[in-house]
Design a protein around this ligand. Sequence first.
Ligand code: ZN
Length: 148
Amino acid sequence: MNETNAREKGMGRLLAALVLVGLLGLAAPAHAGDILDASCPCGYHKERLFLYGGRANFKTICLFPALCKTSREITLINVLDPRRDPRDCKASDALSYEHPSLAPTEPGKSMSYWRLSNERTVTIYEGGYVCPRCGQRTLRFKHAGNWD
Ligand SMILES: [Zn+2]
C-alpha cells in the first residue's frame, strides 16, 4: 500500500465516523431539557436545576428559573402554567429570571434555550443574573447535563 492509499483510507474512516455522529444526533430525542447549575462568587449556589421539559411532559411543562422572594432561593416556574405554585414557593412570590429586573443588562451569548410550540423562545444567557443572596448581577448558570 502506498502513502496516498493509506491517506484515502484514513479519510474514508473519518467520513464514516462523521456520518455515524450525525445519525446519532438525529436519533437523539428532540425534546431534552437542560440541567443547569447556578452559582455566584458570594458563595450562593444551586445545583442541578432541571429546566424546560422532558419527552413525556414538554407539551404542558416548561420549567424556567425564577427568584422566590420569600425564601430568597432559585425556584422553577412552569412557563406554560405560570399561576401554578412551584414546589417550594408561591407562584405570586416567584419572579421569572426573564424579567428585566433580574435578567442580565448585557446578555451576551445565549447558553441554553427552549423553543415553545407558540414560537416563543425562553433563553438563559451567559451574562450575570441577579443573585438571590447578595443581590448583585453576578449569578451565572452553567450547563451540567440533559434530561428527557
Ligand atoms: Zn451572590
